[in-house]
Design a binder for this molecule. Structure first.
Ligand SMILES: Cc1ncc(COP(=O)(O)O)c(C=O)c1O
Length: 394
């Protein structure tokens, strides 16, 4: 390995949310950023940009739009025009802007819980009706996997007395780590096309994938689907620049794009020059070796975690994520057998001094679960797992 992912960076010295929310004795494996140093080409581009010493307002960068087009073509053979790419201050603002552009007050927004918790806040933020089509949990050879219940998905459309305007999709899926297959994507998209539902596809985890499976941007399935889809991507999750809050929407349909632009304006969503510069450097190709190695390290962490749990806490049911650096852990069997009491998140925080994400905040199907972020040096992961094991009553 030419990059060092083992050294512990003391992030408590910074304003890191991950390392400052809980007391010093707590190991934080919750919010989704990596404890690794951001790739050098990005750091260099940022400091190069500061050299003239003036940090003024900037125009949206054409260069960035072109770099995004080149990356989409290289990764997926997806040919888009620069004007289809709109910069946003991150993907969460990006999907709130999409909901505002597409849905009227009280109309329906469909999501598939358990899902990244800011998805659940969009209903409240934009005054929309909640429509939940939960993913179906299945256990295969001791590993938790999730499937789409297509009938339930279709039945959820226009439920709760509200016309469904938008489906907010998470592909790859956080927290279950699933990459959707071409067949699954086609089936979902076919229903949405038939029912006139716009799809907003959050693909922020699309380059954090392990193994042979490939990510397929939903909008690449057909031109009809592309016309009805807003795709949200960012280089921030992949290249660890989350604090810069920068992402982009890809919207081939000019009319939808106009509405989206109007939303960005109404919500006064401006991007920073640092965010643009980091994204340009991230997608320039100069960070691709780093990415290859970080993925190998993350994959080894994922497997280390899976083996540890299998050997030491077999009652704990786990996903083996194909994508994301997040494992989704079902603690309900531990609760049922009396090894753990109360909320698993609180239990591990108090007894193990390990902070995980509380599954209950991911919506229906998340109760009794925790999400563990394994993007950290292996020694931290091992210490956290050892503490978790020791905290359980046997
Ligand atoms: C599915 C998903 N979307 C969006 C985000 C965050 O996006 P941003 O920080 O660009 O707003 C995350 C962060 O974990 C995520 O998992």
């Amino acid at each position: 390995m030419s990059y060092d992912f083992d050294t512990i960076v003391d992030r408590r010295l910074t304003n890191s949310i991950k390392w400052n929310r809980y007391p010093e004795e707590v190991l934080p494996l919750w919010v989704a950023d990596m404890d690794f140093v951001t790739p050098e080409p990005i750091l260099e581009a940022l400091s190069e940009n500061l050299k003239d010493g003036v940090i003024g307002y900037e125009v949206a960068s054409i260069k960035l739009q072109k770099v995004v087009c080149a990356r989409m073509d290289e990764l997926y053979g997806w040919q888009i025009a620069p004007e289809m790419v709109l910069a946003t201050p991150g993907v969460v603002s990006g999907f709130n802007a999409a909901a505002r552009a597409v849905c009227g007050a009280g109309e329906g927004l469909l999501i598939q819980p358990p899902v990244y918790f800011p998805f659940l806040a969009v209903h409240e933020n934009q005054k929309l009706t909640s429509q939940f089509a939960p993913l179906a949990k299945v256990t295969e050879k001791g590993i938790l996997r999730y499937k789409i219940d297509l009938e339930a998905f279709e039945a959820t459309i226009d439920s709760n007395d509200a016309k469904t305007r938008m489906f907010l999709f998470c592909n790859p899926h956080n927290p279950v780590g699933k990459i959707f297959t071409r067949e699954e994507l086609s089936q979902l998209a076919e229903i949405c096309l038939r029912k006139g539902v716009v799809i907003c596809s959050d693909e922020i985890h699309s380059e954090l994938i392990f193994g042979e499976r490939r990510h397929i941007p939903l909008a690449t399935l057909s031109s009809e689907i592309a016309e009805q889809t807003i795709t949200l991507i960012a280089s921030s999750k992949t290249f660890n620049t989350a604090g810069l809050f920068f992402g982009f929407a890809i919207i081939p349909n000019p009319e939808l794009r106009k509405r989206y632009q109007a939303s960005l304006k109404e919500m006064t969503l401006h991007v920073t020059s640092a965010g643009q510069i980091a994204a340009q450097a991230a997608y320039s190709g100069a960070c691709d070796d780093w990415l290859k190695e970080v993925l190998a390290y993350l994959r080894a962490n994922r497997d280390f975690l899976a083996n540890f749990v299998r050997e030491n806490i077999p009652e704990l049911e786990q996903t083996l994520p194909d994508a994301t650096y997040l494992t989704w852990l079902d603690c309900n069997p531990l609760i049922e057998s009396g090894m753990l009491t109360g909320s698993p998140h609180e239990f591990f925080l108090q007894r193990a001094k390990v902070a995980l994400s509380d599954g209950a905040t991911f919506g229906p199907g998340g109760e009794g679960f925790v999400r563990l972020n394994f993007a950290c040096p292996r020694s931290i992961l091992e210490e956290a797992l050892t503490r978790i094991k020791a905290s359980l009553a046997t």
